[in-house]
Design a protein around this ligand. Sequence first.
Ligand code: ATP
Ligand code: MG
Length: 132
Amino acid sequence: MIKPDAVTDGFSGPIIQQIEDAGFRIVAIKKTKLSPEDAGRFYAVHAERPFFQSLCDYMSSSHIIPMVLEKENAVEEFRTLIGSTNPAQAAEGTIRKRFARSLESNAIHGSDSDENAAIESNFFFTEQELNG
Ligand code: ATP
Ligand code: MG
């Protein structure tokens, strides 16, 4: 998911280019907006963290671009491509290093397991959109 800061900053194009150049195939994609409640459901695992309310406000502040991507070993390779959560600590050339504003506004989300990738795909897309 390209997050609100990167969409607002006009980085959707170069981010998608970098994703495709790295060998990922786009299965589904759209531009949409989350309500604060949607954002809370998406990041429910972080509900007890001190940054949760701020994260939900940020994630619902503007448009996002969710995508379902396909590649061998996709979860691990995508997390390498996006870099560390904190862009200040992200490796040179990673998406967060290149395009993120801050620890919270960090440009992009990547699923952390195949199981969560399936759950998050169904959060944003219908069966028909995923298989069409
Ligand atoms: P994501 O799940 O978005 O791919 P991640 O797995 O690298 O990111 P998580 O620990 O799952 O990191 O945190 C989810 C998101 O919450 C981060 O991407 C960031 O936007 C925000 N976040 C994480 N830690 C902090 C923090 N200490 N302060 C503010 N925001 C934070
Ligand atoms: Mg995470």
